[in-house]
Design a protein around this ligand. Sequence first.
Ligand code: FAD
Length: 479
Amino acid sequence: DCALVWFRRDLRVQDQAALYHALRSARRVYCVFLLDRHILEALPRQDRRVLFILQALQSLDGQLKALRPGSGLIVRQGLAAQEIPRLAAELGAQAVFCNHDDEPAALARDAEVAQQLASFACAFKSYKDHVIFERSEVLTAKNRPYGVFTPYKNAWLRKVDEFYLRAYPVERHAQALATDAPSTPIPSLAEIGFEAVELSPQLGRGCEGAETLLDDFLDRIDRYDSTRDFPALKGPSYLSVHLRFGSISIRRLAREAWQRAQGGDRGAEVWLSELIWRDFYHQLMHHHPHAMTRAFRPEYEAIQWESGPAADTLFAAWCEGRTGYPLVDAAMLQLNQSGYMHNRLRMVAASFLVKDLGIDWRRGEAYFAEKLLDFDLAANNGGWQWASSSGCDAQPWFRIFNPVTQSEKFDPEGRFIKRYLPQLAGLPPKLIHAPWLAKPLALQACGLALGHDYPAPIVDHAEARARTLARYAVVKSRA
Ligand code: FAD
């Protein structure tokens, strides 16, 4: 009658599947978060996500104590296959409860933990919590996984109802939380070997922060469809990092969107579609784990990407926001400075790396994986393979974003660009998207020396486009 709940990407107590099931099945329930040495050692020493997690743990500990005074979060450090079984044995737990994590590395880790637990007859129980529908819950009429989004979305919408969206009433079973938890204070960044970093306060800390963001977003969700593509506007929800670490429940969000969409709210309907994209990529990872490292469509593996020192120089310019294309550079600076990048800009920046610079999408994917607060293996690979045309339901290979046209369309006055590139603040809208096209005198009049205050473009888009079409011809001949 003793259970241990192992928190991973579900850092909240409200509507938490594993916590609910543990509280219902045992009389003494302990809660643990493991600072996994495997994961932490692979990260750069300055990593905003680690700070986000530590703050979310503080919030989680507070929520547990509020649910039942005397309870609290146990925080351990080490390797999962050692620490989780050790703690379960120490506490005398008969079962460890957690939520599914379908990333290939997490599945391997969980299998190892389960095996260790089995050696002393401790069960390993895991539940769906991270998405609305997972694995093989939404299949075609022929019982095959979907490879195209729109039919998947239609099937998802046909299947969903209140049952799938209702919250787990954790609070009703709070008396099962153990009050003698051997809790230890949550460590600081320095105590676990990380350097200080800053997190934008707008991001919100833990569950309380997620609630504030949600409240703010629900006031403007009806305008999401018309604002979401313009990075200078407050269009999206900014909830992605909270979804990533589970400091808000996906059921809660999908319920809010679904109910409004049923009532005819177009903004909510479009936002719900984005949440369905998240499920779509998640099930894709389950059915096609190879696509987390290789092209989903094997014929795209034949593409010869640029490599060598010249490509490395171009890659560094892209990473640092020095391509000379203002919208791409502003996007990369947003990522580097805040850990967030607007969705439209992710598409533009990814397309630029792959189709203007001819660099392997995997290098860009890895850079995003290092910098994005909301980095999620399934969504990041999905997004990158969409941009490189090698993915499931991706953009056709011959469709190549023009970074100047994208800029004119989605940041017409250059308001977003100027936020990150103040040296371009003097440029009028007609010059800001492609400053190199302006007459030198016009630039001078705006106080800008190209190549000095701001780089000249590192590539000519028209030439790059022709090179890309040639590069991708190998796919055409094999397809
Ligand atoms: P909102 O517009 O408010 O959307 C709400 C939620 O829906 C998001 O938080 C996210 O969970 C989900 N969502 C929205 N769009 C997508 C999408 N295209 N695919 C999957 N889920 C989506 N999203 C990540 O969560 N992690 C990533 O690592 C990631 N990498 C990406 C890489 C590229 C190249 C591209 C093109 C997109 C990527 N996305 C990723 C998807 C999307 O850009 C972000 O989810 C979104 O910008 C997050 O901001 P938001 O919460 O304000 O979004």
